[in-house]
Design a protein around this ligand. Structure first.
Ligand SMILES: [Zn+2]
Length: 381
């Protein structure tokens, strides 16, 4: 068993636990030796990487809040080793900027292959892609590739899961800025519904919801060819309070586009934790072998038992280029016992409840902020 990331069954936690721990230890050792800021942080906490002897020990790894990464760029490799960089998709304020080297990208590819095969995301049949998001800029604006949003990269990667006959984007990059072209997307959908080639749509759920609601109001229904798929990624962001529940969304998709619920996929991931979470047939995000999730109490940051809501802490030994092996997101979530899903996958599944920082969950925002401050102070001491 050479690599956790090229392991065939992405949900076989039992057989890969040892490997996960080993790679976590190696990853921490690498970051400790190569990232000055992270070195200082571990020294402050008196943390010794060799301590990861069992799975419970990973909870003691000092976490890096994504809030901290939004203010400080942390690299564990020289710039010359970074093949690409990506930023988080926050619409305002600071963004995390993470570099990826060849090893990290190779692991990411292995993980995508294993997840893609398990969830039958790949197809040999040509299809037309509609990306309800940012146009991938690299092809015609190399000067900006360094700070491309991770979400644009993910959407672009998605267009390789089946051969592309064509790709169109809702947010076109023209004369140095993006412009939203929903009318063009509507026209394309109508045109494609009269053809035989399947269509694959990917985007933020709120963009899809706006478009489909608008189409429904205008009385436009265009049932897409058999085999068409719609995939949502990136969550509801600042529109979280206006979110549509899953049933409403799937009903709308079926009504307007004729895509059945089984072909509605959802992805979850973060620029600081680029593990591909994909929904099972029951629409749950089971934790794959490449990742672990801890839910932490918003005040004490102690790990909580399954079923209790708290701050989402994501762990993975995937990334060599930045010390992101244990990051504290500003998401609130619950971890559920895998067997309660009923789809057959045994690993626990993560339910995202929302993003802290909104008015209605101020205590958690304060919690994340407090942790961030604490770590910043520790590092800067
Ligand atoms: Zn499931």
């Amino acid at each position: 068993m050479a690599s956790l990331f090229w392991y065939k069954n992405p949900y076989d936690m039992e057989k890969t636990e040892l490997l996960f721990r080993k790679q976590m230890r190696e990853n921490m050792k690498h970051h400790y030796a190569n990232c000055k800021e992270y070195h200082a942080l571990l020294d402050r906490f008196g943390w010794d990487g060799t301590k990861i002897q069992n799975m419970e020990d990973i909870a003691d790894i000092p976490v890096l809040p994504t809030l901290y990464l939004k203010h400080h760029r942390m690299d564990s490799l020289p710039t010359s080793k970074m093949l690409t960089r990506a930023t988080s998709s926050g619409t305002s304020g600071n963004k995390s900027n993470i570099g990826y080297d060849l090893t990290s990208l190779w692991r990411m590819l292995g993980m995508s292959v294993s997840i893609g095969r398990r969830h039958k995301l790949f197809s040999l049949r040509r299809c037309r892609y509609i990306i309800l998001g940012y146009e991938h800029r690299k092809a015609f604006d190399k000067s900006h590739k360094d700070d491309e949003k991770a979400v644009a990269k993910t959407a672009y990667a998605f267009t390789y899961m089946a051969p592309a006959k064509s790709r169109i984007y809702a947010l076109r990059y023209q004369n140095g800025e993006y412009s939203l072209q929903l009318e063009a997307i509507k026209e394309a959908l109508i045109k494609y519904s009269k053809k035989k080639t399947p269509v694959r749509i990917i985007g933020f759920p709120f963009h899809a919801y706006w478009l489909l609601t608008q189409m429904k109001e205008e009385g436009i229904t265009c049932h897409l060819p058999k085999g068409s798929v719609i995939a949502f990624g990136g969550g509801w962001k600042e529109y979280y309070t206006q979110r549509a529940d899953k049933e409403t969304m799937y009903k709308l998709v079926e009504e307007v586009l004729g895509i059945p619920e089984a072909n509605c996929w959802e992805f979850f991931g973060a620029v600081e934790h680029p593990v591909l979470y994909t929904t099972c047939p029951k629409h749950h995000f089971h934790v794959p072998i490449h990742s672990r999730v801890l839910i932490r109490d918003v005040d004490t940051f102690k790990p909580l038992p399954m079923g209790q809501p708290g701050l989402v802490n994501l762990l993975t030994p995937m990334i060599k280029s930045a010390p992101v092996h244990s990051i504290m997101t500003d998401d609130l979530g619950i971890l559920h016992e895998g067997s309660t899903c009923g789809c057959g996958i045994k690993t626990p599944y993560l339910e995202i409840l929302g993003r802290v920082g909104m008015d209605d969950i101020t205590t958690c925002a304060a919690g994340a902020e407090k942790l961030s401050q604490q770590i910043i102070q520790e590092v800067l001491k």
